[in-house]
Write a protein that binds this ligand. Structure first.
Ligand code: PLP
Length: 388
């Protein structure tokens, strides 16, 4: 086999996907696997969205569109932005993409010269560092702590800024911590004079406390990433967008034309319907996630997996499993084999989360109950001796 580029060789597997894929393989072999791994809602999309897909396909909306997206969708996204963030943006500043993932990759490609640095709090979404590395950059991780509710230490972030820093990348609510950053933190970060990349894919998935403040409108150099995967349970539609500063639009358009051409037409039609008619469905899902969150946090604590502060947003719990082993990858695969429960090893989210396990509760309540029972049985009597 030939060798491949150093960059390609340095992209590490996305462990959430690895565990999920192994779980699917086991299910194919007849095992009753419970998936608490990838952040993929078990709910269908809003019913009107499904109807719209059929209508749009019948109407022949099965072709390419403008690379930046159908204008009516860009208008609907701008209206949604005003509604949710209280910030008015022109539809021209919206670039529609096939999920948040390609939007993140294009913006990394836009900003990074070889050796440039992107700062991000850790634990972090696994793909962020890999995207930065793929674009020739260097991810710089700024640790946060469970005991502090994963609130970003603004001073530490400021100290990490160097002449090579091109942006700060953050998500609030966050994956994997479910943490929401206080408004004061967001304001501080927006005032550091560094571009902000704000991944808002979990905006609105909030169960207690105050809604996250978007940095949009707080600083000029702000890119907002958002999409339909999580809030509307439309992961398989592959649809997202970036709201970008004006001078970034032309290069982003060129990249989109060359790399991806456009998102699918009928998928974009469906997204307009999600924005216009999906609110009730979103609220129904949010309420059910909250029920599951409470079940999961209480259940994990009972088993002895520490959750110092209950997450307030997104649909994940990051639990401290160090009582049961310091190697989270080995522990997650051991649990998968013995209990047939698919979880994500903390290592996926950086060294800061090694020894932790991430549980996704976008899975039915009864499945979570069953998973907790299996987990309790599998872990019983396997505690490591406490180091003196
Ligand atoms: N950003 C975060 C923080 C995520 O958790 C995910 C998916 O888990 C993504 C982006 C990817 O989203 P999309 O499905 O829109 O590509």
């Amino acid at each position: 086999m030939g060798s491949y580029s150093a960059v390609a060789e340095s992209i590490v597997p996305f462990l959430a996907m690895e565990v999920m894929e192994r779980g699917v393989e086991m299910a194919r072999a007849g095992k009753q696997v419970i998936q608490l791994s990838v952040g993929d809602p078990d709910f269908p999309p809003p019913p009107a969205v499904v109807d719209e897909v059929a209508r749009a396909c019948r109407a022949g909306h099965t072709h390419y569109t403008d690379s930046r997206g159908v204008y009516a969708l860009r208008e609907a996204i701008a209206a949604d932005c005003l509604r949710r963030r209280g910030v008015e943006v022109s539809p021209e500043r919206v670039v529609v993409t096939s999920g948040v993932s390609p939007a993140l990759l294009m913006v990394c490609r836009l900003l990074i010269e070889p050796g440039d640095e992107i700062l991000m709090p850790a634990p972090h979404y696994p793909c962020y560092p890999n995207m930065v590395i793929a674009c020739g950059g260097r991810p710089v991780l700024v640790p946060t702590r469970a005991e502090d509710g994963y609130v970003i230490d603004v001073e530490r972030m400021r100290e990490a800024i160097t002449p090579r820093t091109r942006a700060i990348l953050l998500a609030s609510p966050a994956n994997p911590t479910g943490a929401v950053q206080p408004e004061a933190v967001v304001r501080h970060l927006a005032g550091l004079g560094v571009p902000i990349l704000s991944d808002e894919i979990y905006d609105g998935l909030l169960f207690e406390g105050v809604r996250a403040r978007s940095p949009l409108g707080l600083c000029d150099d702000c890119f907002v990433f958002d999409g339909f995967s999580k809030r509307y349970a439309m992961t398989g539609f592959r649809l997202g967008y970036v709201i970008a500063p004006e001078n970034a639009l032309r290069p982003l358009q060129s990249m989109q034309q060359n790399f991806f051409i456009s998102a699918g037409h009928f998928v974009q039609d469906a997204a307009i319907v999600a924005l216009e008619q999906g609110a009730e469905h979103v609220e129904m899902m949010r309420r059910e996630y909250d029920r599951r969150r409470q079940l999961l946090v209480a259940g994990l604590r009972k088993i002895g997996l520490a959750v110092p502060r209950a997450p307030t947003g997104a649909f994940y719990v990051l639990a401290d499993a160090r009582r049961y082993g310091s190697d989270s990858l080995a522990l997650a695969f051991d649990i998968l084999e013995r209990a047939q429960v698919a979880l994500v090893p903390g290592r996926d989210f950086g060294q800061a989360a090694e020894g932790f396990l991430r549980f996704c509760y976008a899975t039915a309540y009864e499945q979570i109950e069953e998973a907790l029972e299996r987990l309790g049985a599998a872990l019983q009597g396997t505690e490591r001796p406490v180091a003196s």
